[in-house]
Ligand binder design. Sequence first.
Ligand SMILES: Cc1cc2nc3c(=O)[nH]c(=O)nc-3n(C[C@H](O)[C@H](O)[C@H](O)COP(=O)(O)OP(=O)(O)OC[C@H]3O[C@@H](n4cnc5c(N)ncnc54)[C@H](O)[C@@H]3O)c2cc1C
Length: 393
Amino acid sequence: MTDTAASTRHDVLVVGAGLVGLALAPALARAGLDVALVDRAPLAGDATPDAASFDARVYAISPGSAAFLAGLGAWPPVRLEAVEAMRIEGDAGGALAFSAYDLRQRALAWIVEERALRSALLPRLAAGGVRILAPAAIGTLAFAPDVARATLDDGRVVAARLVVGADGLRSRVREAAGLRAVPRPYGQTAVVANFACERPHRGIARQWFLGADGVLAWLPLPGAHVSIVWSAPEALAGDLLALPAADLAERVAAAGGRALGALDLLAPPSAFPLAFLRLPAMVAHRLALVGDAAHGVHPLAGQGVNLGFGDAEALAAILAQRGPLADPGAPLLLERYARRRAEPVLAMQTVTDALARLFGAPPRWLGWLRNAGLSAVDRLPPVKRALAQPALR
Ligand SMILES: Cc1cc2nc3c(=O)[nH]c(=O)nc-3n(C[C@H](O)[C@H](O)[C@H](O)COP(=O)(O)OP(=O)(O)OC[C@H]3O[C@@H](n4cnc5c(N)ncnc54)[C@H](O)[C@@H]3O)c2cc1C
């Protein structure tokens, strides 16, 4: 191919500058690759956290993801809170608890706001010499034997030996490559909001399986604050979102057994429809998928972005070791990536999907069984440790 002024060529084109694309691009640059990153939204202007407010989007970052980000020079972020312990309650008396101390970890996870993660990752792009093409959306993608060519909606053409789709659950890249998959809706919407709490949370994350009312999680934020994710059936989510601030705070406090006393809503809630996505393949000719473009999981285990960081770390490591195979889109390398990610992705999808269904609206006898199961696991430290390991990675 002859490159013109309007057509440039790179080793890798990463489509999507969500958290996963933002981490992958500098990781690939460190592997010695010439990388371009495209996103339909502008990348600049992510404010650093200020003391007066918390971001609406908050993530539980696993120790494994934190180590990956540290390797990129993007950890620790400017503000974070350690999860020292976690308590999970079933809908009929079952309970399970984990502690960082018992698992010999500094923290089970770190709660971090999206803007803190983004402002830690953005400088790594410039440091790695990543070419930023934003705002610009992918128009068309064509895959020739030795190169892939993306036409952006502003008319620019970008050629690359490998295209990485990091463009989220409804990935355009995935569709253009012919990997057709329709996300399966859970029939639930995640209602997300931040609250001030009356009593200190002491670094404890809490989760309640509420039967027909879904799953409610409280994550500790710095100071006496929590971020909640209520994965609620759509009708209930609609009701919650329509409540006045004081009524929503009262409803959330009551659903959590007033574990932290009264709650005070800090900003209007946000809503995220939830869907499951499992693909037959994470790779195709000159294409690899990472993050939500490659797999959709229920947020009840707080693992979606952690899985995505795992994809990014694995792909960058495999491409860094490509040796005499200089072509980053070589089928052998892409197959190696797909094989390395198959087991962790399947395991996390199976566990989260099974829990979401088990604690959905099942027959009454299951209600007893699932609560007894939680408590039984709680009494078996080796089983607990085994269960916690994938989430720590
Ligand atoms: C309520 C809730 C709570 C969650 N909590 C956690 C948690 O605690 N821990 C955790 O690990 N995970 C959590 N997750 C999951 C996590 O949010 C996702 O897994 C993660 O954000 C996916 O990141 P991504 O970069 O793959 O995709 P996205 O964040 O969806 O980013 C995709 C990017 O691609 C861009 N894009 C899309 N289409 C195009 C196009 N055609 N052209 C150019 N650019 C394009 C978009 O602008 C966007 O920037 C949660 C999810 C929800 C819904």
